[in-house]
Design a protein around this ligand. Sequence first.
Ligand SMILES: *Cc1c(COP(=O)(O)O)cnc(C)c1O
Length: 394
Amino acid sequence: MRGQTHPGVAPGAGNGPIPLARPVLGEREEQAVLEVLRSGHLSLGPRVGEFERRFAARVGAAHASAVSSGTAGLHLALRAVGVSDGAEVITSPFSFVASANVAIYERARPVFVDIDPLTLNLDAEAAAAAVSSRTAAILPVHVFGYPADIERLERTGVPIVEDACEALGGAYSDGVTIGSRGHPAVFAFYANKQMTTGEGGIVVTGEGAVKERIDSERNQGRAPNMDWLDHDRLGFNYRLSDIACALGIAQLERLDQLLAARARVASLYREALGTIPGLTLPCEDAGLARRGWFVYVVQLPSGVDRDRTVTELGAAGIAAKPYFPAIHLMSYYRETFGYRRGQFPVCEDVSDRSIAIPFYPQMAEGEVARVAQALGAVLSQASGSQISLAARSR
Ligand SMILES: *Cc1c(COP(=O)(O)O)cnc(C)c1O
């Protein structure tokens, strides 16, 4: 791990495999974790509150509650805004499956609406039109770190829980940091995210009462200032350990560099991939909106065999994967809710053509070039075989 932060041992240089993601961990992180281990205070200790205060300050939120994962945070945030049995939660089908699953945990129904073809975020007008008397919340996802149209969603008056798990470092269209609008926003710290605690997540909020409820429910429903064994509500074990929080504090300290390095790789990609015909790159920031760079996802030209492209990139030592598969088309969702192909055509088209390619802060210019070259070669082959197929069929 230590070697990863040292220049001169650039991972993936030469012809070695290039992974999809790779955390940046160094001596600061090792030291921070060691200190906790040596203190003997591994959970419910001082690092949790410290991490929460620093993270809240970082995104401009009044409060933060650290939890065991982004999914756990989304679950508790939905409960905190009042989602329960039989309610509807409007959300995007183009996301990681967790953002829809959390509604089902509360026996609510995820109601999908289609996405905007440019930003790939849920279409805010369609979301507003889907609001019914049963709607308990809207759960927009800032997909691939690009801010959803929160201003439009706020005008519906429906409680909002933001899935900001991919959007650390981003800003809304008014230029304000994602996470600072007052309603609950959830960030995640799995190893491929902008910063990591191994596993982990955090809910930020402008309301002290929301933090209090989440703090209690992450810890088995324990009331504040009550004895360990008294519980005044149903809760969970969604705690984040002091070990993880210490790692989080160390990562926060270098977050500016980590984000800048991701943005640098993104601009290298834009340049290197810009000449490949038919390839759609992530949308550029419009106005004051700012993407918090998390992954690099490209849309292949229509008609290209996506899975074969992934396989061929793999053969060239370059990791890639379809990202995201549409949630409504996953078998659990089809079987449970009767969703089917054709209901959200923009999402389905984008999802059928999208792949994530290697993207991490330490990526060298040469690696970006290798990915771009391999992708260009696979696609020109693909379009060549398409042309010859078309010629043969004539
Ligand atoms: C990472 C992520 C989550 C949370 O994932 P966990 O593994 O539970 O931390 C939720 N939604 C989206 C869109 C994500 O990318």
